[in-house]
Design a protein around this ligand. Structure first.
Ligand SMILES: *[C@@H]1O[C@H](CO)[C@@H](O)[C@H](O)[C@H]1NC(C)=O
Ligand SMILES: *[C@@H]1O[C@H](CO)[C@@H](O)[C@H](O)[C@H]1NC(C)=O
Ligand SMILES: *[C@@H]1O[C@H](CO)[C@@H](O)[C@H](O)[C@H]1NC(C)=O
Ligand SMILES: *[C@@H]1O[C@H](CO)[C@@H](O)[C@H](O)[C@H]1NC(C)=O
Ligand SMILES: *[C@@H]1O[C@H](CO)[C@@H](O)[C@H](O)[C@H]1NC(C)=O
Ligand SMILES: *[C@@H]1O[C@H](CO)[C@@H](O)[C@H](O)[C@H]1NC(C)=O
Length: 443
């Protein structure tokens, strides 16, 4: 990946902090790896926690956000600006887990949504031509930072990533359009960022970020200051630092004190079972994380879902993506119907109740003990049989009411964070594999 010259300089350099930026000649400095805590945006440990939300509010928000996120990813991947606005909330990572980091000199604390579907790391910046509501964490002021540096048009970094555009004043502008009329627009810049694992801080200098001065996102309530991009695009955190792997463990959705972690580079471990990522049409540079979902089973009996239902197709109307920012898994409607019918035939038909919002396809009036005897759902990938624990399968929507935490879709399918709870999920970017290892996310 490095140019030969850079590689030699790396060998003779005693420090281990030289890295290649993308496949080109620029480098940024940073640690060889690090670990950071992540928290659910809604947990009590998050500055964005809203104590006024009831359980039902929270679940309804997660349902709405899962559909919105699906819509966003679907339009992002098929590279189509969306014409129909389907939802009012189009924050691209609403269901997200957030991570704390420090930015600038002197360093100020901020938060970003961990987003495997995005490349660029960006945050709202002063002065705000347009900002969404952000009150819990101050809006970042680059003028107060001595390490902030706008990338100008003559710098190769402006064009390297494919997202920079030269503006009239020779600054390098970026603009990301989200679904609906949402967008973030600002200046591509270099800045020093720091991450903390609680024991020590690691520093990255010249990290390329988007400083958003004109961002319109129709969020409901408080917005997260920005996004940490973890896709395989050239501008993402993992590519900028040439990290060959990263891993995360997402804490319990239902535990308000839950914690999890994300690890990068040599701090990340690929453990458990692995399955290949799906490149699109053999395109090695396909930047998104798709997996080959071969089949689903219930108590080890394979469902008769037509083979190829989850194959990645040219128009992206099907495919199976793993995502950090979607809460509830979305499955192709026909496949979900087969799953629901199978469970109904085998388990406690008499206790079924209908979800009043009509989003969840299968709900039971049942207590926890009963839920623990529900049939076990597994997702089968080459190399991985992801047997979901009951608490990754059923969401408690009210006292003694549990619903199958899967939503229907006509488009591509997505493995959501609810189904990934307490799995150590590893992304091996060299061997193009994703790993799953069941464990509690205690750090
Ligand atoms: C919660 O409700 C109280 C009383 O209505 C209100 O003052 C407060 O701002 C609300 N908090 C949030 C985070 O919305
Ligand atoms: C913000 O960006 C939008 C879209 O490019 C543009 O129409 C609008 O004029 C900008 N707002 C300001 C205040 O510059
Ligand atoms: C990490 O850096 C931030 C900002 O400079 C500082 O507030 C924090 O105490 C540091 N944490 C550790 C563990 O050194
Ligand atoms: C399914 O089969 C596997 C392998 O034989 C076994 O480990 C697992 O416990 C079975 N699951 C259920 C729900 O019976
Ligand atoms: C789906 O993909 C597999 C290979 O991953 C292939 O063997 C199969 O023919 C495909 N099915 C359809 C319906 O495209
Ligand atoms: C499914 O398997 C689980 C665990 O082996 C068992 O407790 C349950 O009774 C089975 N359910 C059905 C419907 O076979």
């Amino acid at each position: 990946m490095c140019s030969p010259l850079l590689f030699i300089s790396l060998l003779i350099s005693l420090s281990s902090i030289t890295f290649c930026f993308s496949s080109n000649h620029e480098s940024i400095s940073g640690p060889t790896g690090f670990k950071s805590e992540i928290i659910n945006k809604e947990s009590v440990r998050s500055p964005f926690h809203n104590p006024n939300l009831t359980r039902l509010d929270r679940i309804q928000n997660s349902v709405r956000d899962s559909f919105t996120r699906h819509h966003y990813l679907q339009s992002l991947i098929s590279d189509k600006a969306s014409v129909n606005s389907v939802e009012s909330s189009v924050w691209p990572a609403s269901g997200a887990y957030v991570m704390k980091y420090y930015i600038g000199t002197p360093a100020v604390e901020t938060y970003a949504a961990l987003d495997t579907g995005s490349g660029l790391t960006w945050l709202q910046c002063l002065p705000c031509e347009n900002c969404y509501k952000q009150t819990k964490v101050p809006i970042y002021n680059p003028a107060a930072s001595s390490s902030y540096d706008e990338i100008n048009c003559h710098d190769i970094k402006c064009f390297q990533t494919g997202i920079g555009k030269c503006s009239e004043d020779f600054s390098c502008q970026y603009e990301l359009a989200y679904v609906d009329t949402s967008f973030t627009r600002g200046i591509l810049s270099e800045e020093t960022v720091q991450f903390s694992d609680g024991l020590q801080n690691v520093t990255m200098k010249y990290f390329v970020i988007g400083c958003g001065h004109n961002t319109t996102l129709h969020t409901v309530g408080e917005g997260i200051p920005g996004i940490m991009g973890l896709s395989m695009k050239p501008e993402s955190l993992v590519t900028q630092l040439s990290y060959h792997k990263f891993a995360y463990c997402l804490g319990d959705y239902d535990d308000i004190d839950a914690r999890g972690y994300v690890t990068f580079g040599d701090a990340a471990h690929i453990t458990g079972y692995t399955t290949p990522m799906q490149p699109f049409d053999g395109d090695e540079n396909f930047p998104f994380y798709f997996l080959n979902l071969e089949s689903l089973s219930v108590n080890n009996s394979t469902l008769s879902i037509p083979t190829g239902t989850f194959n990645l197709t040219k128009d992206y109307s099907s495919g199976f993506m793993i995502d950090s920012g979607t809460t509830f898994t979305l499955l192709k409607k026909a496949a979900l119907n087969i799953l629901v019918d199978h469970i109904l035939q085998n388990w406690q038909y008499k206790n079924r109740i209908l979800d009043s919002s009509n989003n969840f396809q299968l709900c039971y009036k049942s207590n926890m003990d009963n839920i623990m005897s529900a049939p076990v759902i597994s997702f089968h990938f080459p190399g991985v049989h992801l047997q979901l624990p009951r608490w990754n399968t059923w969401v408690k929507v009210a006292e003694d009411i549990y619903c199958l935490a899967v939503l229907p879709t006509d488009g591509m399918s997505i493995l959501g964070s609810f189904q990934q709870q307490n799995y150590h999920v590893g992304y091996d970017l060299v061997n193009h594999q994703v790993s799953f290892d069941f464990m509690y996310c205690t750090d």
